[in-house]
Design a protein around this ligand. Structure first.
Ligand SMILES: Cc1cc2nc3c(=O)[nH]c(=O)nc-3n(C[C@H](O)[C@H](O)[C@H](O)COP(=O)(O)OP(=O)(O)OC[C@H]3O[C@@H](n4cnc5c(N)ncnc54)[C@H](O)[C@@H]3O)c2cc1C
Ligand SMILES: NC(=O)c1ccc[n+]([C@@H]2O[C@H](COP(=O)([O-])OP(=O)(O)OC[C@H]3O[C@@H](n4cnc5c(N)ncnc54)[C@H](O)[C@@H]3O)[C@@H](O)[C@H]2O)c1
Length: 473
């Protein structure tokens, strides 16, 4: 039986980082994946959806070309968008190619992994390998909500929606989270009549509530309809399409669509792992870990979506690096998510870092909120892209507690705040940095300037300074 210092189960964002890191530091590593390396992000998540979003955005921009004195004629071609999406996958896939990992000295196995015991892993029930330490990074898959008749009626998920040859005429999206909204806007811009049904009282329920209406407004302009506080009860195939019964305020409504897209959350890929053979504990299938990312069996770790915290690629990558320190070097580093940003890639984008205003207020701290609407930022004004807001929340001393923004490119221009927060810089430091003019990130500086302005206005030193300047003149 082959023996390894480290066995990594799952070759996605988390597993690839852990395997490469382990091998770079001289550990003998085995990497197992039931499919192709790359995981959800490459094949059915971030990469293809962002390609589709970009095609839809260009189409949308072309439609409003008249504001830039251009006349554009043509029609949307979903097939071309799909080809572009596949090209993006093919280009990025080269970083995740088997050979790249084999060249690092890693043994790559393809097959379904399961625990024989706490140190031995079976691959497709045949080959067995032994590991001193094991990292589980098997990711997640779409949750199928309990809707009567949904399996018989047929439905799309993020996996199958990306394989469609042409856009459906009408689509109901079940779930108003990031997956639902990113797809809803893209399909709507390609001409599909889209309705989003969300069982919560608001869509994007985890986001700062002052910013969400900008996203809703933009999607509504694109033609997306929203039904909130509603549940899909039943689905049925009819000659004319898929009939869906929803319940809102105790009243039932019957609607008809060509397709149903389920975007109602995720379940962990743990059901085939036979965790019980290793005595690993889980909660609703998500593997329970401590801050060092160890399971209750100390030499077995779980990273990425499968541990249930923050299902993002960059979080899986962060944990992949951390697990190398802990599992390969034997360090005892704790995971810390307080500076973890995320972005919902609707148009406008929605950026999230740290506490929302509601969360900061609920903590009972004295907080300051600095805000800049994008129509106060010259670069957005000249771009004719002023739908948005930048918002930075600090404590009374100016330490950043949270930062949120909605606007074109918010995911990029807000990254500066992540740096400032992570390294303990006060909001005033952002103001002191020279920003090129006119840039989008200039809006972040403008928001930080408000801190100094407020300090000067409220300070008695200002009066003394004014007197001094009067005297000096
Ligand atoms: C539509 C969509 C869009 C997204 N967009 C973004 C985005 O823009 N930004 C962002 O940060 N995140 C995004 N995400 C989330 C992101 O894709 C995940 O958080 C990330 O892929 C998780 O990485 P992971 O390593 O935990 O799992 P994965 O990358 O999914 O990798 C898990 C791997 O494990 C393998 N596996 C599973 N079970 C077994 C088994 N028993 N044996 C062997 N192998 C197994 C799978 O084949 C897979 O390759 C998106 C997700 C979706 C669905
Ligand atoms: N841009 C990004 O970084 C990005 C993009 C897509 C996905 N992701 C990650 O993937 C995760 C999963 O995304 P998601 O959007 O599927 O999940 P989610 O949990 O964020 O949102 C799902 C939504 O569906 C609703 N819902 C659940 N069951 C329902 C039902 N039966 N009827 C109506 N509504 C229902 C929930 O109330 C929730 O608002 C996200 O949490 C996110 O971290 C990230």
């Amino acid at each position: 039986m082959k023996q390894y210092d480290l066995i990594v189960i799952g070759g996605g964002a988390g597993g690839l980082t852990a395997a490469a890191g382990g091998a770079n530091f001289g550990a003998k590593v085995a990497l197992i994946d039931k499919g192709s390396l790359g995981g959800d992000c490459l094949w059915t998540g971030c990469v293809p959806t962002k390609s589709l979003i970009q095609s839809a955005k260009i189409l949308h921009t072309a439609k409003k070309a008249n504001i830039f004195d251009l006349e554009v004629h043509g029609y949307p071609n979903f097939k071309v968008a799909k080809e572009r999406l596949n090209q993006s996958i093919a280009t990025i896939q080269k970083h995740d190619d088997d050979q790249r990992f084999i060249d690092m000295g890693i043994d790559v196995y393809h097959g379904g992994a399961s625990f024989k015991n706490a140190n031995e892993i079976r691959i497709d029930g045949q080959t067995t390998i032994r590991g001193k330490r094991i990292v589980i990074a098997t990711g997640s898959r779409p949750m199928i909500p309990p809707i009567e008749g949904i399996k018989e009626t047929g439905f799309l998920t993020n996996e199958t929606a990306l394989q469609l040859e042409k856009q459906p005429k009408s689509l109901i999206v079940v779930g108003g989270g990031p997956i639902g909204l990113e797809f809803a806007q893209s399909f709507s811009r390609f001409g599909t009549k889209v309705t989003v049904v969300e069982m919560g009282t608001s869509i994007l329920g985890k986001e700062d509530s002052e910013l969400v209406p900008y996203v809703i407004g933009s999607l509504k302009k694109d033609g997306v309809e929203f039904i909130t506080g509603a549940k899909v009860l039943k689905a049925e195939n009819m000659d004319s399409g898929k009939q869906v019964i929803i319940e809102q305020n105790n009243q039932q409504k019957t609607l008809l669509f060509e397709e149903i897209l389920l975007a109602s959350g995720r379940v962990p890929n743990t059901d085939k792992l036979e965790l019980e053979n290793a005595g690993i504990r889980s909660n609703r299938g998500f593997i329970t870990v401590n801050q060092k990312l160890q399971t209750n069996v100390p030499h077995i770790y779980a990273i990425g979506d499968v541990n249930g915290y923050y299902p993002f690629t960059h979080k899986a990558g962060y944990e992949g690096k951390l697990v190398v320190s802990n599992a390969v070097f034997g360090l005892k580093r704790n995971a810390n998510y307080s500076n973890l940003p995320w972005v919902t890639y609707t148009d406008p984008e929605l950026f999230h870092l740290g506490l929302t205003e509601e969360e900061a207020t609920n903590k009972g701290k004295e907080i300051k909120v600095y805000k800049t609407p994008l129509d106060d930022v010259d670069r957005f004004v000249s771009d004719h892209e002023t739908n948005g807001l930048i918002k930075i929340i600090t404590d009374k001393k100016g330490m950043i507690l949270g930062a949120h923004a909605v606007g074109p490119g918010a995911g990029d221009f807000m990254q500066e705040v992540v740096f400032a927060k992570q390294y303990g810089h006060k909001i005033g430091s952002i103001s002191n940095v020279i920003h090129a003019y006119p840039t989008h990130v200039g809006g972040v500086q403008r928001t930080a300037d408000l801190y100094w302005r407020e300090k000067l206005v409220s300070s008695s030193i200002t009066n003394i300074l004014k007197k001094y300047v009067k005297w000096f003149r």
